[in-house]
Design a protein around this ligand. Structure first.
Ligand code: MN
Length: 150
């Protein structure tokens, strides 16, 4: 099936012919209030472009993997954990997630956080932290504060 040349933007960060999907196919990974739209995925592309939207107060799965992400914030405000660093993010900021860095995105309490994410088409499965790895992250004050959502 050929991709259309143009998918016109629709209101509310939607695009023509693009469905809103569940954030993840696996039910096992914890997250809150996240949707996914696949904007570009084709046999002649080595990558995929997705749009994720996190509802106010929501968060993506804390995970790591071999593949990297390049993220462009499109709407809203929030914070991201990348490795051991917590960064404030807003519209048009760029976030790089290197291989094997723990990462999580959290929307502000009062607005959604929407972002484009570029990723390899073929990629390894995300790993979730073990209880020990989670404890190691929580031992860092800035990370503990990030998880607490404050
Ligand atoms: Mn990821």
């Amino acid at each position: 099936m050929n991709e259309p040349i143009l998918r016109k933007a629709q209101p509310d960060y939607r695009w023509q012919g693009v469905d809103i999907r569940a954030y993840k196919d696996e039910a096992s990974a914890p997250f809150r209030g996240v949707t996914r739209q696949v904007l570009a995925s084709a046999p002649d592309l080595k990558g995929e472009l997705r749009y994720f939207e996190i509802a106010p107060g929501g968060w993506t799965t804390l995970e790591r993997h071999q593949h990297a992400h390049a993220v462009t914030i499109l709407r809203g405000r929030g914070r991201a954990l990348v490795g051991h660093e917590v960064v404030e993010i807003g519209a048009l900021d760029l976030v790089t997630v290197p291989a094997w860095a723990w990462h999580q995105f959290r929307a502000a309490a009062d607005q959604p956080l929407g972002f484009l994410c570029m990723v390899d088409a073929e990629r390894d499965r995300p790993q979730l932290p073990s209880p020990a790895e989670r404890a190691e992250l929580e031992a860092m004050p800035q990370v503990a504060e990030f998880f607490a959502g404050s």
